[in-house]
Design a protein around this ligand. Sequence first.
Ligand code: NAD
Ligand code: MG
Length: 333
Amino acid sequence: MDDSMKPSRRRFVGAVATGLAAGTAATGALAQQGSAGSGNSGARKPLPNYPKPPFPKQQQPWPGLAGKMTPRPDHGETSYQGSGRLNGRKALVTGGDSGIGRAAAIAYAREGADVALSYLPAEEADAREVAELIRAAGRKAVLLPGDIRDEAFCKKLVDDAARQLGGLDILVSNAAKQHAVDSILDLTTAQFDWTMKTNLYANFWICKAAVGLMKPGSAIIVTASVQAYDPSPNLLDYAQTKAAQVAFTKALAQQVAEKGIRVNAVAPGPIWTPLQVTGGQKPDALEKFGADTPMKRPGQPAELASAYVTLAADDASYTTGQVYGVAGGKGNP
Ligand code: NAD
Ligand code: MG
């Protein structure tokens, strides 16, 4: 058996390749682990031994901090190696302080992009860690705290990002609200409104502002979810927004194709992030988080980075209106 076909590698490639050429995804996955890129001996590093359930009991007040999670999520801080795939690009990542957005932001900077981060003021500590990593990669970091449930703030956010970065050609619309409630009878209008405002309205306002100033060759990436296709009963409001984001992505992609803007989505499965320890999961479910996937564990944010890089990179120039699943082998079409 060829070394590249060992079962561990086959499983990894299968998990990340939905909707895209497996070769591209595999290249990204290996780069993430430091096996590709420049100045390497060529020896393959072992695959990371990511944590499996059971996880220790923990809850944080929303929006939570990655730095206070046990175990700490891996956002690629020590592992992601770039290879110039996004040299000179200007990116805005909403929710870039933690979780999947942080992994995308770190990877983008190491691939040569300047990065603006949107986050809530309560997440300043996480955001500063990411800014330091972006600067350590030799790129510009712009910090733009504020609440995206406000339309005027969303417009200003995009304008400020473009002004401070000197343009905008990548938007990762990734911020979201998730709060598990078992019964529709207990799901309040206030929560429903909060979820819709964050996941749908803000996504619309931010994408609209970005399209208004993006030039040909730009890319928008929306973070959807496996919940779009395989909704959990206690995520009634959230799952609807994720399904709507898939339709939004496919419709907008067609609208802006002739402007040279590509619009794609990533659909993660269970990923170990603050969203899950701040009410995204019920405390009991959190202990078993990810156990029901074929890999028997949640994904780490770092395992998403190559998807965001691939969808943003110029060599994905014919890929638009697509959904890239990263879900441990279950739930996406
Ligand atoms: P996360 O908590 O690290 O990131 C979510 C971010 O959203 C927060 O860091 C926060 O900055 C931002 N945010 C939320 N409300 C905001 C508001 N009102 N104003 C400004 N910013 C706000 O969690 P994550 O899991 O990395 O989430 C990122 C994306 O991934 C979300 O779209 C989520 O729906 C999606 N997702 C996550 C999972 C998972 O299992 N973690 C699975 C599928 C999809
Ligand atoms: Mg956060």
